[in-house]
Design a protein around this ligand. Structure first.
Ligand code: PLP
Ligand code: COI
Length: 354
């Protein structure tokens, strides 16, 4: 595909690594392209970063037709910049698009967009330990009518933000509250899609948890309110009696790329990993009888985050003395080692930006 490039005349000053946080600063440019049923995807261009202008009746503003992805560009130890399993994000975005009746993007085009854009913004990839350039592709429906129907017009945008750690705790254990009132998604709904609406529906519980001093909530399934699903921005894994257990992909949780990578690393190393239903009662039992050895969350933004405390119905449970466990640390070291180019990538997961 042809991508027009219009460079900014006012490049911004890049922030110091120490102030980055998550998603507060944005690079000099953004990619944008338009879709219509008649023309397909067209008008692909990289332009100076700036505001979007939308018709007040635009579909996304009323009916939430929006999907997004989250991935990172990493500054390798040797100074080069690389992506981690970008094709997985491209495919997941197309699956999300299918669910929300938004247009899909041919894989080659999506890869070309990522490659061209990151290559232009490469200098924005920070080098300090734990930092990266977070990439946020998103797509929304923008028909200029209030009728409710599958979209005829859409816009795809890619922005980038130099980031540090997602949680203020960094790699230190986070406290998570098990939510027993609100639900995030149900089978047959949009749980497996990365759409904005899932996050909007999560906000109330997230806010209540934060007020009580917890970083995020751990969702239970929407039907029986019994089975562990995932955390607000990450999938979860547990080490119980020497084996790894993670909720299986039933359609209501996001199929995380970090989750998939953790499972592959663990299985390669001989661990038994069960992808199955795990009830909150079974987890509670494992906490009480001491077989729950470790718990962690995994996601692009959060990387691998140890869970040091779980709270359920007002009762607090400490995990592994609130310390990071061996498997958690090992997964963190392995994934970040590959991502930051400190460990050899034997699986073909990395994608160099020239
Ligand atoms: N679950 C939710 C709800 C998320 O927002 C994320 C983050 O993207 C994940 C899981 C982890 O997915 P991934 O590892 O692909 O980033
Ligand atoms: C990510 O890990 O990329 C996410 O999308 C999480 C997020 C909602 C901040």
């Amino acid at each position: 595909m042809e991508i027009q490039i219009i460079k900014t005349e006012n490049p911004k000053e890049k922030p110091e690594s120490s102030v980055l946080g998550f998603g507060k600063y944005f690079t000099d440019h953004m990619f944008i392209m338009q879709y219509s049923r008649e023309e397909g995807w067209h008008d692909a261009k990289i332009i100076p970063f700036g505001n979007l202008s939308l018709h007040p009746a635009s579909t996304v503003l009323h009916y939430g037709s929006e999907i997004f992805e989250g991935m990172k560009a990493y500054r390798r130890a040797d100074g080069e910049v690389q992506l981690f399993r970008p094709i997985e994000n491209v495919r997941r975005m197309n699956n999300s698009a299918e669910r929300l009746c938004l247009p899909q993007i041919p894989e080659d085009d999506a890869m070309q967009i990522l490659d061209t854009f990151v290559s232009l913004e490469k200098d924005w990839t920070p080098a300090a330990p734990g930092t990266s350039l977070y990439l946020r592709p998103f797509m929304f429906g923008n028909d200029e009518t209030l009728g409710v129907h599958a979209v005829h017009h859409a816009t795809y945008v890619l922005i980038a933000s130099p980031v540090g750690s997602y949680y203020k705790e960094g790699i230190n254990p986070v406290k998570i509250m098990i939510e027993d009132e609100d639900v995030r998604a149900v089978r047959g709904g949009t749980g497996y899609a990365k759409c904005g609406g899932n996050y909007a529906a999560s906000n109330r519980a997230g806010q209540r948890a934060e007020e009580k001093g917890y970083s995020q909530v751990l969702w239970l399934d929407g039907v029986e309110r019994k089975y562990i699903e995932e955390v607000g921005a990450m999938n979860v894994m547990f080490k119980i009696g020497g084996e790894i257990v993670t909720p299986k992909l039933t359609g209501s949780i996001l199929p995380g790329i970090t989750r998939k990578s953790c499972i592959e690393v663990l299985r390669d190393e001989g661990y038994t990993v069960h992808e199955r239903l795990l009830s909150v009662d079974e987890l509670g039992e494992a906490l009480k009888n001491g077989t729950l050895e470790e718990a962690w969350g995994c996601g692009t933004a959060a990387v691998v985050s140890p869970i040091g405390e779980l709270c359920y119905k007002g009762v607090k449970y400490t995990i592994n003395n609130g310390e990071i466990g061996k498997v958690t640390q090992h997964l963190y070291d392995t994934l970040t080692g590959i991502q930051w180019g400190k460990i050899e990538d034997t699986r073909g997961w990395t994608y160099p930006i020239r």
